[in-house]
Write a protein that binds this ligand. Sequence first.
Ligand code: ADP
Length: 186
Amino acid sequence: MEKPTEIMVKQTRLSLAQGDITRQNTDAIVNAANSSLMGDSGVDGAIHRAGGPAILEECKQIVARQGRLPTGRAVITTGGNLKAKYVIHTVGPVWHGGGQGEPELLASAYRESLKLASQRNLTSVSFPSISTGAYGYPVADAARVALKTVLTFLQNETTSLKEVVFVLYDARTYETYRVALEELAK
Ligand code: ADP
């Protein structure tokens, strides 16, 4: 992993790293899931492959209990065989051009994940770049929403979190988040 870019927000370190989120040892990693919670392609598939069947088992129980997970909401399961103890599954919006509430739904996915982590008293959590793969959200726009939402949460809410990491898979996404963080931190 590259040397992370970071800022402090009250008691919490917010940092960017390039790499594979399935290898993170934060208390939880966030999964960019889809509403079925059945594991799919992209980061979702990678997390289920690396974490093993216990994650899917819990996802199935959640869907049996409460139905499909709506866009912008989040649930938590075991991390199975991952280094992370928990996986927080959230559903980002599919990009339809930006006029269908995409920014608010994306912000909600981050906020609900941070709330869950705080409710469980976790000290660290890692996020992927939600919605910018198969769901087609333009990366620069998504990066601004993601970072602004996390910054606002950390500034305004009481949280157990000491560390929030964005783990960006490819160099272009990492660089886009780096520029967005620089702009926001000005
Ligand atoms: P979505 O359906 O929300 O768009 P994707 O999984 O298709 O989710 O893509 C979201 C982001 O996750 C993309 O930037 C993709 O490159 C990235 N990604 C894929 N695999 C991993 C991984 N193992 N670790 C971190 N990020 C990943």
